[in-house]
Ligand binder design. Sequence first.
Ligand SMILES: Nc1ncnc2c1ncn2[C@@H]1O[C@H](COP(=O)(O)OP(=O)(O)O)[C@@H](O)[C@H]1O
Ligand SMILES: [Mg+2]
Length: 252
Amino acid sequence: MKKVIFKTEHLSKSFSSGGTLQHVLKNIDLELYQGDFTVIMGASGAGKSTLLYALSGMDTPSLGTITFGGQDISGLSQDGLSVFRREHCGFVFQQIYLVDSMSVMDNVLAAGFLVGRDRKRIVQRAKELFGAVGIPEETQRKFPAQISGGEAQRVGIVRALINSPEILFADEPTGALNSKTGLDVLDTLTKFNEEGQSVVMVTHDMRSARRGNRILYLKDGAILGECHLGRYVHGDAKRHKMLSAFLTEMGW
Ligand SMILES: Nc1ncnc2c1ncn2[C@@H]1O[C@H](COP(=O)(O)OP(=O)(O)O)[C@@H](O)[C@H]1O
Ligand SMILES: [Mg+2]
């Protein structure tokens, strides 16, 4: 039995625009499991990012509840939510914003020291993570302006994982990268997931989606269907066919 990390009940989110209410998430009942690489797919505007922001406490639901490890986070104050995010969540976005005046290593350490655990352990963890994503010491000493987009994205992943979050959220993490560097980033995410890291990734790209073991399809703010692909195996043609068939069924 997989352990449930997130559970939403009747999760709804509406925004008012020009006097009318736009219902972006509609009554979502969902469980997400520990160790999964969950992928959220759907057309642009389907509500994927909104769902990710709600789960990660970056935004609050209009209606419904979200529990994380059994704790209701939907009623937390802004301060409570920021503590929740800092302690339990890691984030990778399309664009990684690093502090220009700090070295790559210092950018990562700063995020670690913010949570205030043992400094020696944070430095050790940073070194391990940099090793795991293939960023050598020489690059760790560089400044953000001196590294490539693909390197920056891998630094972003290291920074997101420095506090050993229970869950790593990624919103279109390869959206701004070329094909080769995008693949490196996907390989990195896959590798961490194989080591037990729970991942929730939003994408509208099939090549990225294939990395997940569970694919959720969002349409007009509701989950239209889901597909289980099992653990990622490189070059698995059957997996690709299963995902294609599922997406066709979903009207992709
Ligand atoms: N902060 C906001 N204020 C008003 N409308 C928003 C806001 N965030 C998202 N929306 C609207 O919600 C819909 C879904 O957006 P989003 O979740 O970003 O979709 P996706 O990530 O699937 O492309 C869009 O129509 C968008 O305009
Ligand atoms: Mg989005």
